[in-house]
Design a protein around this ligand. Sequence first.
Ligand SMILES: [Zn+2]
Length: 56
Amino acid sequence: MDYEVKDVEVEDEFKICPSCGYEDGFHSMFKKKKDIIKWLFICPACHIVFDIGFAV
Ligand SMILES: [Zn+2]
């Protein structure tokens, strides 16, 4: 699967899409990377994938 992941630095909240301005939050996805699982967020409007630094 080929898609771009954008790194985002979160200040107070992460609710509005920094790319298209969609205001109602994000879908979640998880991606295994070596021994951690990255928790990524997908904008439902523009479908860009964001990495805010979450990992499980
Ligand atoms: Zn968006």
